[in-house]
Design a protein around this ligand. Structure first.
Ligand code: NDP
Length: 253
């Protein structure tokens, strides 16, 4: 039997679209009160209304997690409003891919700031609350899940800096997993293949078309497919720790 997430609180970064929005819906359906974190407040408010209409509990926390102060404040607001924190899903990210030669370096700065910096800020702020939840809650376990990527496992031409961020967060997660294992804060990674989201809409002209050409005609993963992996991970009983799930599209090599 699996635990439902009733009476728990989950924070999802990047909940305004794609995988994050689907994950927030999935965790709310398991009974978690969900805190929706991203910059686009309108999107978050619409999702919160949808979750509430389905009988769930949702809080909207607009923040740019690349900013350390905003990230720490966001976690603080979640705990103030919802009372605790049992589950964190580090999902917010950018994939500004393209060849290294002639890449605009501000794209690298933005990816590093969100994919790595944002994850570190949110994780650092959340950890004391996760440790408390794992010690005191009826479930006696808490979860920190990072949405990495197949690019964190296999580096390919044209994705060097994106792969750097995702392989970096994989290394961080494994180290943190070992640190937190005695406290029963489970640390896991979900590595999706190509998912049909807004991710590629941020690509610059030329690169966007090249990426579209590479995946053209392929049946992509849906955000719900990745959310389902997160849901599986965080609803296991305390004796089980699913540390990593790689979820590729069936048509993907
Ligand atoms: P989307 O572009 O749909 O979602 C990205 C989310 O990140 C948005 O909600 C966005 O919210 C949020 N975000 C970006 N920057 C910030 C910031 N500075 N502060 C707070 N939130 C921010 O893409 P996906 O759903 O596809 O991406 C989610 C994760 O999945 C990323 O980490 C990505 O690397 C990973 N992934 C995606 C794959 C895919 O093929 N789509 C494959 C493998 C991994 P807002 O703009 O409102 O701030």
């Amino acid at each position: 039997m699996t635990h439902s997430l009733t009476d728990t609180v989950a924070l999802v970064t990047g909940a305004s679209s794609g995988i994050g929005a689907a994950t927030a819906r999935a965790l709310a359906a398991e009974g978690a009160a969900v805190a929706l974190v991203a910059r686009r407040g309108e999107r978050l408010r619409a999702l919160a209304a949808e979750i509430r209409a389905d009988g769930g509990t949702a809080a909207v926390v607009t923040a740019d997690i690349a900013d350390r102060t905003q990230a720490h404040d966001a976690v603080g607001r979640v705990v103030d409003e919802l009372g605790r924190l049992d589950t964190v899903v580090n999902n917010a990210g950018l994939a500004l891919v393209g060849p290294v030669e002639a890449a605009p370096e501000d794209e690298w700065d933005r990816m590093l700031a969100v994919n790595v910096g944002g994850l570190l800020h949110v994780t650092r702020a959340a950890l004391p609350h996760l440790v408390t939840a794992a010690a005191d809650s009826p479930r006696r376990v808490a979860d920190l899940v990072t949405i990495s990527s197949t690019a964190g496992r296999v580096a390919r031409a044209g994705q060097a800096v994106y792969s750097l961020t995702k392989s970096g967060v994989n290394a961080f997660s494994e180290s943190l997993r070992q640190e937190l294992q005695p406290k029963r804060v489970r640390v896991g990674i979900v590595g999706p293949g190509t998912v049909d989201t807004e991710l590629s809409s941020h690509l610059r002209d030329g690169v966007r078309e090249a990426v579209a050409g590479q995946i053209g005609g392929m049946e992509l993963l849906r955000p719900e497919d990745v959310a389902d992996a997160v849901r599986y991970m965080v609803t296991r009983e305390r004796r089980v720790a699913v540390n990593e799930m790689l979820v590729r599209a069936g048509a993907q090599t």
